[in-house]
Write a protein that binds this ligand. Structure first.
Ligand SMILES: [Zn+2]
Length: 490
């Protein structure tokens, strides 16, 4: 069973889900006002790995991640560039998904946009005002956090120290410096929605509580995000839910930042100015491998060196896959266990038959593949120990190469299949990329076929030579010519 470090209890906790066999996860998504940075890439990958691993273990995963498309930062950017906030938000949302797609991150099962939930947010704020835990000022509606029992659970600090740690508020109308805006009245020219309190827009903390409860329902399983969101963002979401006697998240997961030279990565530290910039320079799968090699609760260094290291390790996985002619599977991720189970702890028996026949190993001893899979799962179940799991993976790579070198192809193939299966369980697509010929290449192939038809073999051979120089090998089969990408051009 998967154990995760729950930041609410500050302890390793078995993942107990509301519905057997299903996991509901809400991950705080981007505020779309700029290009995604390296930390965003890590966040996307950490939760993609969690999701894929849970699916591998047979769970059905509901993965909701919001898009904050209205916010002070978007409004500021828009006004400084003389554009509308909607234009800014849609431009940077596009860049966001482009980068996430390039990283092979599965799209969440739902991606609610804040501007689509304003009505529901107004309803929630009205309920809080009615309960007497929210109040009006001249700038908006505020939540009175000191009225909330257990406020500070995620901050792990008593109210007194939180109060003195809070930034001194310029707003004298607030009852406590910890109180936060539920509704912000609009200044002239700002985008605004009508509400019982006047034209304005909802606060960020209200967005996530409304969308998580609205889509996943009360008592959903995991609320996740970066460590900087633990307090006050997540604390404040929780405060609103609890004030309305709604059960909120069962578990809280927070991941660490990307660092360069010990500094938190924001936008332009180090050699990579943005995530799209990094993905231009390196194989996006190398970034996933780098994320896997770091524990999600530890800071991760992204430098030329760590990226080159990851790329080299990736090449070892690809080389093994190539040796066994495994092609990349374009996101195949079928659950290993076939059916959804409440407590899927036994290894997938359908995948071990090949290795069971190997050598004189007695039938009740695990095969090297089974043993590798067991160790991999053991590492992943221990608070997603991906560095440990990746070490198991590379151990299997070494064993597979050794077996292949010594001519034990049955064992080697079984190990390679396990490497492929476990890589896929964390979203690493290994092997050769099936490359499609472009129009120019296809035109040459057609021209050659025509020449052969006309028995002009001199021209046909010349075109074959030309294709070869462009990195393509033509094989004539009874079904027509078949193209292969030459190895050195892969
Ligand atoms: Zn959020």
């Amino acid at each position: 069973m998967l154990h995760i470090y729950d930041t609410a209890t500050q302890s390793l906790t078995p993942l107990t889900t509301r519905t057997p066999g299903e996991v509901s996860i809400y991950v705080c998504g981007p505020t779309v006002y700029d290009l995604p940075h390296l930390g965003h890439g890590r966040a996307g990958l950490v939760y993609d790995i969690l999701r894929r691993y849970l699916e591998y273990r047979g769970f059905r995963v509901h993965h909701v991640s919001n898009v904050t498309d209205i916010d002070d930062k978007i409004i500021q950017k828009a006004s400084s560039e003389g554009r509308s906030p909607a234009e800014v938000a849609s431009e940077f949302e596009r860049s966001w998904w482009e980068a996430m797609d390039a990283l092979g991150i599965l799209r969440p099962t739902a991606t609610p946009h804040a501007t689509d939930y304003v009505e529901e947010m107004i309803e929630l704020i009205e309920a809080l005002v009615e309960k007497g835990v929210a109040y009006r000022t001249s700038t908006g509606v505020y939540m009175s956090v000191e009225a909330v029992p257990g406020y500070g659970l995620l901050a792990h600090q008593p109210l007194d120290s939180l109060r003195s740690g809070a930034r001194v508020s310029m707003d004298e109308e607030k009852h406590s410096p910890l109180d936060f805006a539920l509704w912000k009245l609009a200044k002239p020219g700002e985008p605004a929605w009508s509400s019982p309190w006047g034209m304005g827009r909802p606060g960020w903390h209200t967005e996530c509580v409304v969308m998580s409860l609205g889509i996943l329902g009360e008592d959903f399983d995991i609320h996740a995000g970066g460590m900087d969101l633990q307090f006050p963002h997540h604390e404040n979401e929780r405060a609103q839910a609890l004030s309305l006697s709604k059960k909120f998240a069962r578990h809280w997961i927070h991941h660490a930042f990307v660092e360069v030279g010990g500094e938190k990565m924001s936008k332009s530290l180090g050699n990579f100015t943005s995530l799209p910039d990094l993905l231009q320079k390196y194989d996006p799968r190398a970034y996933r491998l780098l994320v896997l090699r770091s524990h999600y609760r530890s800071p991760m260094e992204v430098t030329e060196r760590t990226m080159v290291d990851a790329q080299e390790a990736l090449a070892r996985l690809d080389a093994l896959a190539r040796r066994f002619e495994i092609k990349r599977g374009a996101g195949r991720n079928e659950p290993a266990y076939g059916t959804v189970a409440d407590e899927p702890t036994s290894p997938p028996t359908d995948r071990i038959s090949a290795s069971q026949e190997v050598g004189e190993i007695s039938s009740h001893l695990p095969s090297p593949s089974e043993e590798g899979r067991r160790r991999f799962i053991e590492r992943m179940d221990d608070d997603l120990d991906t560095p440990g799991a990746v070490a198991v993976l590379f151990d299997l790579v070494r064993q597979a190469n050794t077996a292949a070198d010594s001519g034990d192809l049955t064992l080697a193939r079984s190990l390679v299949e396990t490497v492929e299966e476990l890589s896929r369980a964390v979203g690493l697509d290994i092997g050769d990329q099936e490359e499609k010929p472009d129009n120019e290449i296809q035109a040459l192939v057609d021209k050659r076929s025509q020449a052969r038809l006309e028995k002009n073999f001199v021209e046909a051979d010349a075109i074959r030579e030309q294709l070869s120089k462009l990195g393509w090998q033509v094989e004539d089969t009874p079904d027509g010519p078949v193209l292969h990408r030459k190895l050195e051009h892969r």
